[in-house]
Design a protein around this ligand. Structure first.
Ligand SMILES: *Cc1c(COP(=O)(O)O)cnc(C)c1O
Length: 353
Protein backbone atom coordinates (compact mmCIF):
# COMPACT_ATOMS: atom_id res chain seq x y z
CA UNK A 1 0.00 0.00 0.00
CA UNK A 2 1.37 3.43 -0.93
CA UNK A 3 0.64 6.03 1.71
CA UNK A 4 0.38 9.72 0.81
CA UNK A 5 -1.39 10.70 4.03
CA UNK A 6 0.13 13.94 5.39
CA UNK A 7 0.45 12.63 8.91
CA UNK A 8 0.76 10.21 10.41
CA UNK A 9 2.61 9.54 7.20
CA UNK A 10 4.88 6.93 5.73
CA UNK A 11 7.81 6.24 8.05
CA UNK A 12 11.28 5.64 6.66
CA UNK A 13 11.61 1.92 5.86
CA UNK A 14 14.82 1.74 7.94
CA UNK A 15 12.67 2.26 11.04
CA UNK A 16 11.88 -1.44 11.08
CA UNK A 17 15.52 -2.43 11.54
CA UNK A 18 16.21 0.38 13.98
CA UNK A 19 13.39 -0.83 16.20
CA UNK A 20 14.94 -4.30 16.32
CA UNK A 21 18.34 -2.74 17.00
CA UNK A 22 16.92 -0.71 19.87
CA UNK A 23 15.54 -3.87 21.41
CA UNK A 24 18.69 -5.90 20.87
CA UNK A 25 20.90 -3.15 22.29
CA UNK A 26 18.81 -3.11 25.47
CA UNK A 27 17.96 0.51 24.86
CA UNK A 28 14.27 0.16 25.57
CA UNK A 29 14.83 -0.17 29.31
CA UNK A 30 17.58 2.39 29.93
CA UNK A 31 16.96 4.91 32.73
CA UNK A 32 16.62 8.48 31.54
CA UNK A 33 19.16 9.66 34.09
CA UNK A 34 21.82 7.24 32.87
CA UNK A 35 25.02 8.17 31.08
CA UNK A 36 23.88 6.19 28.10
CA UNK A 37 20.77 8.31 27.77
CA UNK A 38 22.69 11.56 28.15
CA UNK A 39 25.18 10.43 25.52
CA UNK A 40 22.40 9.59 23.09
CA UNK A 41 20.63 12.90 23.73
CA UNK A 42 23.83 14.88 23.25
CA UNK A 43 24.44 13.17 19.91
CA UNK A 44 20.85 13.70 18.84
CA UNK A 45 20.92 17.42 19.61
CA UNK A 46 24.18 17.78 17.69
CA UNK A 47 22.75 15.91 14.71
CA UNK A 48 19.57 18.01 14.67
CA UNK A 49 21.63 21.20 14.63
CA UNK A 50 23.86 19.93 11.87
CA UNK A 51 21.29 18.27 9.63
CA UNK A 52 18.48 20.81 10.00
CA UNK A 53 20.65 23.91 10.13
CA UNK A 54 19.57 25.03 13.61
CA UNK A 55 21.69 27.92 14.95
CA UNK A 56 24.16 27.04 17.68
CA UNK A 57 22.61 29.44 20.18
CA UNK A 58 19.06 28.12 19.78
CA UNK A 59 17.84 25.66 22.40
CA UNK A 60 16.31 22.28 21.58
CA UNK A 61 13.67 20.48 23.62
CA UNK A 62 11.56 17.36 23.20
CA UNK A 63 7.87 17.16 23.95
CA UNK A 64 5.16 14.63 23.19
CA UNK A 65 3.33 16.49 20.41
CA UNK A 66 2.85 19.75 18.56
CA UNK A 67 -0.33 20.22 20.57
CA UNK A 68 1.72 20.11 23.76
CA UNK A 69 3.99 22.81 22.29
CA UNK A 70 0.92 25.03 21.76
CA UNK A 71 0.13 24.61 25.43
CA UNK A 72 3.69 25.22 26.62
CA UNK A 73 3.84 28.48 24.65
CA UNK A 74 0.67 29.71 26.33
CA UNK A 75 1.52 28.48 29.82
CA UNK A 76 5.12 29.58 29.95
CA UNK A 77 5.39 32.54 27.57
CA UNK A 78 1.98 34.21 27.46
CA UNK A 79 1.12 36.07 30.66
CA UNK A 80 -1.37 38.31 28.77
CA UNK A 81 -2.30 37.27 25.25
CA UNK A 82 -1.12 35.86 21.95
CA UNK A 83 -2.18 36.71 18.41
CA UNK A 84 -2.98 33.82 16.08
CA UNK A 85 -2.74 34.42 12.35
CA UNK A 86 -4.46 31.54 10.57
CA UNK A 87 -6.09 30.41 7.37
CA UNK A 88 -6.82 26.78 8.20
CA UNK A 89 -7.83 24.24 10.80
CA UNK A 90 -4.53 23.82 12.67
CA UNK A 91 -3.86 27.52 13.09
CA UNK A 92 -7.46 28.03 14.16
CA UNK A 93 -7.28 25.24 16.72
CA UNK A 94 -4.06 26.65 18.17
CA UNK A 95 -5.89 29.93 18.83
CA UNK A 96 -8.80 28.10 20.45
CA UNK A 97 -6.51 26.17 22.79
CA UNK A 98 -4.70 29.36 23.75
CA UNK A 99 -7.99 31.14 24.53
CA UNK A 100 -9.04 28.39 26.91
CA UNK A 101 -5.97 29.12 29.01
CA UNK A 102 -5.79 32.89 28.42
CA UNK A 103 -9.17 34.30 27.38
CA UNK A 104 -7.59 37.47 25.94
CA UNK A 105 -5.77 35.57 23.19
CA UNK A 106 -7.12 36.63 19.80
CA UNK A 107 -7.10 35.36 16.24
CA UNK A 108 -6.99 36.97 12.82
CA UNK A 109 -7.84 34.94 9.75
CA UNK A 110 -6.65 35.42 6.20
CA UNK A 111 -7.66 33.86 2.90
CA UNK A 112 -6.28 30.62 1.52
CA UNK A 113 -4.85 32.49 -1.48
CA UNK A 114 -3.61 35.50 0.47
CA UNK A 115 -0.07 36.43 1.39
CA UNK A 116 -0.16 37.72 4.99
CA UNK A 117 -0.59 41.48 4.83
CA UNK A 118 2.01 42.22 7.49
CA UNK A 119 1.79 46.05 7.61
CA UNK A 120 -1.94 45.88 8.33
CA UNK A 121 -1.99 43.23 11.01
CA UNK A 122 -3.73 44.67 14.08
CA UNK A 123 -1.44 43.78 16.96
CA UNK A 124 -2.87 44.80 20.34
CA UNK A 125 -0.80 46.13 23.21
CA UNK A 126 0.48 43.48 25.61
CA UNK A 127 0.69 40.84 22.91
CA UNK A 128 3.29 38.39 24.19
CA UNK A 129 3.49 36.04 21.22
CA UNK A 130 2.53 36.17 17.54
CA UNK A 131 1.65 32.69 16.32
CA UNK A 132 1.90 31.51 12.73
CA UNK A 133 1.37 28.12 11.15
CA UNK A 134 4.21 27.97 8.63
CA UNK A 135 2.75 25.05 6.77
CA UNK A 136 -1.01 24.69 7.14
CA UNK A 137 -1.42 20.96 6.73
CA UNK A 138 -5.21 21.20 6.48
CA UNK A 139 -5.28 23.17 3.20
CA UNK A 140 -1.79 22.99 1.70
CA UNK A 141 -0.71 26.60 2.14
CA UNK A 142 2.51 28.02 3.51
CA UNK A 143 3.85 31.21 5.02
CA UNK A 144 7.17 32.10 3.39
CA UNK A 145 10.44 32.89 5.14
CA UNK A 146 10.17 36.41 3.67
CA UNK A 147 6.84 36.94 5.43
CA UNK A 148 8.37 35.75 8.70
CA UNK A 149 11.16 38.29 8.24
CA UNK A 150 8.59 41.04 7.71
CA UNK A 151 6.75 40.01 10.87
CA UNK A 152 9.99 39.99 12.80
CA UNK A 153 10.95 43.45 11.57
CA UNK A 154 7.57 45.01 12.14
CA UNK A 155 6.79 43.58 15.59
CA UNK A 156 9.96 43.63 17.63
CA UNK A 157 8.73 42.89 21.10
CA UNK A 158 6.37 39.91 20.85
CA UNK A 159 7.97 36.51 20.40
CA UNK A 160 7.30 34.96 17.01
CA UNK A 161 6.15 31.33 17.31
CA UNK A 162 5.94 29.06 14.28
CA UNK A 163 4.15 25.75 13.93
CA UNK A 164 6.28 23.89 11.38
CA UNK A 165 4.83 20.46 12.01
CA UNK A 166 4.51 19.48 8.37
CA UNK A 167 7.65 21.21 7.08
CA UNK A 168 10.45 20.79 9.62
CA UNK A 169 12.94 18.15 8.40
CA UNK A 170 11.62 18.69 4.88
CA UNK A 171 12.29 22.34 4.13
CA UNK A 172 15.36 24.42 4.88
CA UNK A 173 13.69 26.62 7.49
CA UNK A 174 15.46 29.83 8.45
CA UNK A 175 15.33 29.40 12.19
CA UNK A 176 16.74 32.86 12.91
CA UNK A 177 13.57 34.39 11.46
CA UNK A 178 11.48 33.35 14.47
CA UNK A 179 11.86 32.70 18.18
CA UNK A 180 9.99 29.44 18.57
CA UNK A 181 9.64 26.57 16.13
CA UNK A 182 8.09 23.17 16.72
CA UNK A 183 7.02 20.04 14.89
CA UNK A 184 5.75 16.64 15.80
CA UNK A 185 7.68 13.83 14.17
CA UNK A 186 4.95 11.86 12.35
CA UNK A 187 5.07 14.14 9.32
CA UNK A 188 8.22 15.31 7.51
CA UNK A 189 10.53 13.54 9.95
CA UNK A 190 9.13 10.19 8.76
CA UNK A 191 9.07 8.76 12.30
CA UNK A 192 6.33 7.10 14.35
CA UNK A 193 3.98 9.48 16.21
CA UNK A 194 4.40 10.39 19.86
CA UNK A 195 7.12 13.02 20.01
CA UNK A 196 7.82 16.61 18.97
CA UNK A 197 10.84 18.87 18.65
CA UNK A 198 10.70 22.39 20.13
CA UNK A 199 13.35 24.93 19.08
CA UNK A 200 13.74 28.22 21.01
CA UNK A 201 15.81 31.36 20.51
CA UNK A 202 17.97 32.73 23.34
CA UNK A 203 15.41 35.53 23.77
CA UNK A 204 12.67 32.96 24.32
CA UNK A 205 14.58 31.22 27.09
CA UNK A 206 15.38 34.57 28.73
CA UNK A 207 11.72 35.44 28.69
CA UNK A 208 10.72 32.07 30.12
CA UNK A 209 13.20 32.55 32.95
CA UNK A 210 11.91 36.06 33.68
CA UNK A 211 8.30 34.86 33.74
CA UNK A 212 9.34 31.80 35.73
CA UNK A 213 6.18 29.74 35.21
CA UNK A 214 6.66 26.58 37.28
CA UNK A 215 3.07 25.51 37.57
CA UNK A 216 3.25 22.72 35.02
CA UNK A 217 5.30 19.57 34.63
CA UNK A 218 6.20 20.80 31.15
CA UNK A 219 6.94 24.43 32.05
CA UNK A 220 9.61 25.77 29.73
CA UNK A 221 12.00 26.63 32.57
CA UNK A 222 11.88 22.99 33.70
CA UNK A 223 12.59 21.77 30.17
CA UNK A 224 15.44 24.25 29.99
CA UNK A 225 16.98 23.31 33.34
CA UNK A 226 16.90 19.60 32.56
CA UNK A 227 18.21 20.03 29.03
CA UNK A 228 21.31 21.79 30.38
CA UNK A 229 22.35 18.24 31.26
CA UNK A 230 20.78 16.65 28.18
CA UNK A 231 17.90 15.27 30.18
CA UNK A 232 14.14 15.60 30.33
CA UNK A 233 11.83 16.23 33.27
CA UNK A 234 9.80 13.09 32.89
CA UNK A 235 10.61 9.75 31.29
CA UNK A 236 10.60 10.55 27.57
CA UNK A 237 9.90 8.56 24.45
CA UNK A 238 13.32 6.92 24.44
CA UNK A 239 12.56 4.70 21.46
CA UNK A 240 11.59 7.64 19.29
CA UNK A 241 14.63 9.64 20.40
CA UNK A 242 16.74 6.66 19.36
CA UNK A 243 14.95 6.29 16.01
CA UNK A 244 15.42 9.98 15.30
CA UNK A 245 19.08 9.79 16.18
CA UNK A 246 19.64 6.77 13.91
CA UNK A 247 17.66 8.27 11.06
CA UNK A 248 19.25 11.73 11.17
CA UNK A 249 22.71 10.23 11.03
CA UNK A 250 21.85 8.76 7.64
CA UNK A 251 19.90 11.61 6.12
CA UNK A 252 21.46 14.25 3.86
CA UNK A 253 21.76 17.88 4.95
CA UNK A 254 18.46 19.77 4.88
CA UNK A 255 19.56 21.96 1.99
CA UNK A 256 19.66 18.90 -0.25
CA UNK A 257 16.40 17.46 1.11
CA UNK A 258 14.74 20.83 0.50
CA UNK A 259 15.95 21.04 -3.10
CA UNK A 260 14.59 17.59 -3.90
CA UNK A 261 11.24 18.29 -2.26
CA UNK A 262 10.79 21.65 -3.93
CA UNK A 263 11.56 20.17 -7.33
CA UNK A 264 9.13 17.33 -6.73
CA UNK A 265 6.42 19.71 -5.52
CA UNK A 266 6.76 21.74 -8.71
CA UNK A 267 6.32 18.58 -10.77
CA UNK A 268 3.30 17.56 -8.73
CA UNK A 269 1.66 20.97 -9.03
CA UNK A 270 2.21 21.03 -12.81
CA UNK A 271 0.76 17.55 -13.04
CA UNK A 272 -2.38 18.29 -11.05
CA UNK A 273 -2.87 21.62 -12.79
CA UNK A 274 -3.43 19.72 -16.01
CA UNK A 275 -6.11 17.40 -14.69
CA UNK A 276 -9.58 18.43 -15.80
CA UNK A 277 -11.78 16.59 -13.30
CA UNK A 278 -10.22 18.14 -10.20
CA UNK A 279 -8.49 21.43 -9.34
CA UNK A 280 -5.82 22.54 -6.94
CA UNK A 281 -7.40 24.06 -3.83
CA UNK A 282 -4.79 26.82 -3.62
CA UNK A 283 -4.78 28.94 -6.77
CA UNK A 284 -2.00 31.35 -5.83
CA UNK A 285 1.35 29.62 -6.51
CA UNK A 286 3.07 31.98 -4.08
CA UNK A 287 1.35 30.50 -1.04
CA UNK A 288 1.21 26.87 -2.10
CA UNK A 289 2.80 24.46 0.34
CA UNK A 290 5.77 22.49 -0.88
CA UNK A 291 5.08 19.57 1.40
CA UNK A 292 1.29 19.14 1.36
CA UNK A 293 -0.91 19.43 -1.75
CA UNK A 294 -4.67 19.83 -1.50
CA UNK A 295 -6.78 18.86 -4.51
CA UNK A 296 -10.38 19.93 -4.79
CA UNK A 297 -13.47 18.51 -6.48
CA UNK A 298 -17.11 17.86 -5.72
CA UNK A 299 -17.77 15.68 -2.68
CA UNK A 300 -18.87 12.88 -4.98
CA UNK A 301 -15.73 13.06 -7.14
CA UNK A 302 -13.40 13.13 -4.16
CA UNK A 303 -15.11 10.14 -2.58
CA UNK A 304 -14.85 8.19 -5.80
CA UNK A 305 -11.20 9.09 -6.41
CA UNK A 306 -10.21 8.04 -2.91
CA UNK A 307 -12.10 4.76 -3.29
CA UNK A 308 -10.56 3.97 -6.67
CA UNK A 309 -7.11 4.90 -5.44
CA UNK A 310 -7.51 2.62 -2.42
CA UNK A 311 -8.51 -0.23 -4.74
CA UNK A 312 -5.19 0.34 -6.57
CA UNK A 313 -3.25 0.25 -3.30
CA UNK A 314 -2.91 4.03 -2.98
CA UNK A 315 -3.93 5.87 0.19
CA UNK A 316 -4.73 9.53 -0.42
CA UNK A 317 -5.05 11.85 2.56
CA UNK A 318 -8.60 12.83 3.49
CA UNK A 319 -9.50 16.49 3.45
CA UNK A 320 -9.41 18.26 6.81
CA UNK A 321 -11.56 20.81 8.64
CA UNK A 322 -13.62 22.98 6.28
CA UNK A 323 -12.21 21.03 3.35
CA UNK A 324 -12.90 17.55 4.74
CA UNK A 325 -15.39 16.50 2.07
CA UNK A 326 -14.30 18.31 -1.08
CA UNK A 327 -10.53 17.82 -1.06
CA UNK A 328 -7.96 15.11 -0.73
CA UNK A 329 -4.39 15.77 0.31
CA UNK A 330 -1.06 14.43 -0.86
CA UNK A 331 2.03 14.54 1.30
CA UNK A 332 5.31 15.46 -0.38
CA UNK A 333 7.53 14.20 2.42
CA UNK A 334 11.14 13.00 2.25
CA UNK A 335 10.37 9.42 3.33
CA UNK A 336 8.25 8.91 0.20
CA UNK A 337 10.39 8.05 -2.82
CA UNK A 338 10.03 9.38 -6.38
CA UNK A 339 8.88 6.00 -7.72
CA UNK A 340 5.82 6.17 -5.50
CA UNK A 341 4.81 9.47 -7.09
CA UNK A 342 5.21 7.87 -10.52
CA UNK A 343 2.64 5.26 -9.49
CA UNK A 344 0.37 8.01 -8.18
CA UNK A 345 0.61 9.99 -11.42
CA UNK A 346 -0.02 6.88 -13.51
CA UNK A 347 -3.20 6.28 -11.56
CA UNK A 348 -4.47 9.80 -12.25
CA UNK A 349 -3.28 9.78 -15.86
CA UNK A 350 -5.20 6.58 -16.58
CA UNK A 351 -8.38 7.53 -14.79
CA UNK A 352 -8.80 11.27 -14.56
CA UNK A 353 -6.93 12.94 -17.41
C1 LIG B 1 -0.40 17.51 12.66
C2 LIG B 1 -0.32 18.91 13.06
C3 LIG B 1 -0.49 19.32 14.39
C4 LIG B 1 -0.84 18.38 15.50
O1 LIG B 1 0.20 17.49 15.77
P1 LIG B 1 0.06 16.53 17.05
O2 LIG B 1 1.32 15.73 17.00
O3 LIG B 1 -1.17 15.71 16.84
O4 LIG B 1 -0.05 17.39 18.24
C5 LIG B 1 -0.35 20.66 14.68
N1 LIG B 1 -0.08 21.56 13.72
C6 LIG B 1 0.09 21.21 12.43
C7 LIG B 1 0.39 22.25 11.41
C8 LIG B 1 -0.03 19.87 12.05
O5 LIG B 1 0.15 19.52 10.78
Amino acid sequence: MLNFYPGPSKVYPQIRDFMVMAYDEGLLSIPHRSERFVHMMRELVGLLRKKLNIPQDYYLFFTSSATECWEIITQSLTPHKSLHLYNGAFGEKWGQYARRLRPDCYSQSFGVNDVLDVPNIPVEDDTDVICVTQNETSNGTQVSMETLLKLQNQFKDPLLAVDATSSMAGLNLKFIRADIWFASVQKCFGLPAGMAVLVCSPRTVQRAKALNDKKHYNSLVFLYEKMLNYQTGHTPNVLNLYLMRQMLERLPLIKQVDQQLVKRSQELYSFFEELTEVQLLVENPEVRSQTVLAVQGTGKQILEIKKNAAAQGITLGNGYGDWAKNTFRIANFPAIVDGEYDVLKDFFRKNYK
